[in-house]
Design a protein around this ligand. Structure first.
Ligand code: NAG
Ligand code: NAG
Ligand code: NAG
Ligand code: NAG
Length: 305
């Protein structure tokens, strides 16, 4: 992907603004003093922002304003450019905090139409936001937490705008947005990330295999009881009889039985209380709180409303 003159200009403009009005009040924030788990979490966040930045840049390269207008998304092109500029800002804040040293990976997305661009972006921004909510809980560095909060608010507004263009519920989860563990967020974004240069700091979290999930009854907004077909790669993932689906949505983690109907395929039903874009985990974890890394056997998402 070539660097456009507008993105270089926008980057320059942001850097000037940041220097003129600092909001991050710690010497630790300045260049490369973040360490340990804080570094690992911010490095994941930086990678997620890079996914998003490259996503919007590819969208700008692939589609014209007329493409969005004729696909029924009149006015979206203006936001596409805005979102790209916002991701430059998010990426830059995190990359500066970590002392730079990041080169783009190769990014691939399952997008060939304007509708797919908005549909995938809606899930990507849900994951990005959930990653920050989960990450903030584990950051010890106060300016890092503040920056995470500043980014996730912006990310949530992008998500709502995308949802509105797609005719989905503006608010995503009804009352409270859903935290993800670092491994869950990384794994949901991993299918888009290819060939990272070895000079980049590695992402140090657990990679959970992907599952795909699609409603086979109803239409958004879905009701409790609607059926979902779940697919996984049976070569990589063997799910025992004790495995169920845990639906993450709002601050809920709700269990639903998985009926395995064939090799790498099964069905489950949407439980009551799950709304917006829900993350599904195949697991045998039955406790409260975040699912421990080793008990996430597969992860995917489904759009409920
Ligand atoms: C990564 O690629 C995007 C173009 O998609 C560009 O805007 C950005 O500056 C690149 N970042 C780095 C660190 O090279
Ligand atoms: C842009 O188009 C390329 C080539 O068709 C495709 O591989 C890529 O996934 C598209 N990306 C986006 C975000 O539209
Ligand atoms: C973050 O904290 C939660 C508990 O709030 C814990 O379950 C999780 O494993 C932690 N993640 C990391 C990466 O340390
Ligand atoms: C989603 O939220 C709406 C509004 O609170 C509620 O009426 C609906 O029952 C919820 N859906 C499910 C599947 O719980």
């Amino acid at each position: 992907m070539k660097i456009t003159s507008t993105s270089v200009l926008a980057l320059g403009a942001f850097a000037a603004t940041a220097a003129a009005s600092p909001v991050l009040l710690s010497s630790r924030w300045s260049y490369g003093k973040i360490s340990g788990l804080d570094y690992s979490i911010l490095n994941l966040a930086r990678n997620l922002e890079s996914v998003e930045l490259n996503y919007w840049n590819q969208g700008l390269a692939n589609f014209t304003e007329a493409d969005f207008d004729s696909a029924g998304y009149t006015g979206f092109y203006t936001y596409l450019k805005l979102f790209r500029d916002q991701e430059i800002a998010h990426f830059t804040v995190l990359n500066d905090a970590l002392g730079g040293g990041f080169t783009n990976c190769t990014y691939k997305f399952p997008v060939t139409t304007p509708q797919e661009l908005l549909t995938v972006a809606q899930v990507v921004t849900t994951v990005g936001e959930g990653a920050f909510i989960g990450g903030i809980a584990n950051l010890t560095d106060s300016p890092s937490r503040q920056s995470g909060g500043a980014i996730l608010g912006n990310e949530a507004r992008q998500n709502s705008l995308l949802r509105q263009f797609l005719g989905l519920d503006f608010f995503n989860a009804v009352n409270l947005d859903t935290p993800l563990t670092a491994s869950q967020a990384y794994s949901l974004a991993a299918p888009f990330i290819h060939d990272c240069p070895s000079s980049n700091a590695p992402i140090e979290f657990h990679l959970i295999p992907a599952i795909t999930a699609d409603f086979t009854t109803g239409a958004p907004p879905h009701n409790a009881g609607d059926e979902i077909t779940v697919n996984w790669d049976a070569e990589k993932v063997k799910l025992g009889d004790d495995v169920h689906i845990q639906f993450l949505g709002d601050v809920y983690s709700i269990k639903a039985p998985l009926t395995q109907t064939g090799t790498g395929v099964g069905t489950t039903k949407l439980p009551e209380g799950i709304n917006g874009t829900s993350i599904l985990v195949a697991t045998n974890f039955g406790g409260k709180g975040p699912i421990p890394d080793g008990q996430n056997f597969g992860i995917g998402s489904v759009v409920v409303a």
